[in-house]
Design a protein around this ligand. Structure first.
Ligand code: GDP
Length: 366
């Protein structure tokens, strides 16, 4: 690549080795007159942003700079994992700037679930985490639902300033930015990607009226979600891609449900009752007697109990015990995997999840 080490679009250093890292360009493309990285190429020709791997420390220091700028902060959260997709310590990043929250993936919920209820959930989570958003808008970036409302809310709350879009990995930020690009993008010339100074991180900028822009911040990685522990090719099996079909099980105490080879639910004590699983439709749920569970686990992980195909890719399971009060429905949430709704009667349940993956109890969301 003599004399052509930099992308003419964004200035990032070019490389031909790692398609996931910044500056990737396929070998064949080096023959072209003007060389741009694959990311810029896709933006220019398809209005499409492809994600690149980001350096977590650089990402954090970048987020910290938002507080010093006058801007609107837009946080994209995944409605399927609201608290798990939250950016930890977000108040430090926003400073005094207004925070608009976009609750993404509303298409995963059955129509019978009222948006008002989901919104209240987002507000409640925000309150628990000590922030007060100026607005919450629900959307489905994948389906293009409520995009007009998203655009209007951004325009209203930015008050003529720049807009920073932030979110944890997998919340759907890129999908949403792509949608916004198609709405606001105004053709290939208008959109720019550029490396953040002093880092290998890249930013997408969508120009707005008044010389301002929407800036796509790098995704924040949270290690306490199931999705971070699973190979990208197996991620599909646990990421719901359409309306979740709740799966109900009438269980007696002493019965166990396995969620592939990822998690295990034991109904330890209580009267016979229903537990309803909200996970990706394609995830295999296996029901068995708790007394047989250990043996099944040891002998069938990676085969019957999969994903993952390679059990050694996951940390070992640790147990979390919960006592359901029986006076209200409650969700036992495994971050990134989904939740089990119970609580029709008093019960003691044990949830086993890979060490480090967050498990929590909350009032039922549906
Ligand atoms: P990012 O890491 O935040 O940039 O997330 P992506 O945009 O790459 O999306 C992560 C995953 O969520 C992908 O599998 C997307 O297809 C999926 N996704 C994004 N938006 C939606 C949505 O509105 N609904 C559903 N069901 N899936 C979505």
């Amino acid at each position: 690549t003599e004399g052509r080490e930099w992308c003419e679009g964004c200035g990032v250093t070019l490389q031909t080795e790692d398609p996931k890292a910044p500056g990737y360009v396929p070998l064949a493309a080096l023959e072209r007159e003007q060389i741009i990285c694959r990311r810029c190429y896709r933006i220019r020709h398809y209005n499409e942003v492809s994600p690149v791997e980001q350096d977590p420390e650089a990402t954090l220091s970048l987020l910290n700079q938002i507080a010093e700028t006058k801007a609107l902060v837009v946080q994209v959260v995944d409605l399927f994992d609201i608290s798990g997709s939250w950016i930890p310590g977000i108040h430090r990043h926003t400073g005094n700037n207004p925070l608009l929250i976009l609750g993404n993936k509303m298409d995963l919920f059955p129509r019978s679930v009222k948006s008002q209820r989901l919104k209240e959930w987002v507000y409640r989570t925000a309150k628990d985490l000590g922030v007060k958003p100026v607005d919450v808008v629900l959307t489905s970036a994948a389906k293009g639902t409520n995009l007009e409302q998203v655009a209007q809310a951004i325009e209203k709350h930015r008050r003529g300033e720049d807009v920073f879009v932030i979110g944890t990995a997998n919340a759907g930020k890129s999908t949403l930015i792509n949608r916004l690009l198609k709405e606001f993008g105004g053709g290939e010339e208008a959109v720019t990607t550029s490396p953040y100074p002093g880092t290998t991180l890249e930013a997408i900028s969508i120009p707005l009226d008044g010389g301002k822009r929407i800036v796509d911040m790098p995704g924040v990685i949270r290690k306490d979600r199931m999705s971070e522990w699973i190979e990208p090719k197996e991620l599909k099996a646990i990421t719901p891609d359409g309306e979740i079909k709740p799966k109900g099980y009438q269980l007696n105490e002493g019965q166990t449900l396995f969620f592939g080879g990822l998690a295990r639910f034991d109904f330890v004590e209580g009267a016979r009752q229903a537990f309803v699983c909200h996970v990706a439709n394609s995830l295999y749920i296996h029901r068995t007697k708790s007394e047989k569970a250990e043996e099944l686990w040891v002998n069938h992980r990676g085969q019957l109990l999969a994903p993952p195909k390679d059990p050694s890719s996951l940390p070992e399971l640790t147990r979390h015990t919960f006592h359901l009060k029986g006076d209200e429905k409650q969700d036992i949430v495994v971050s990134g995997l989904g939740w089990i709704t119970g609580g029709n009667e008093k019960a003691r349940v044990d949830i086993w999840a890979p060490k480090g993956v967050r498990v929590e109890l909350r009032p039922a969301i549906i």
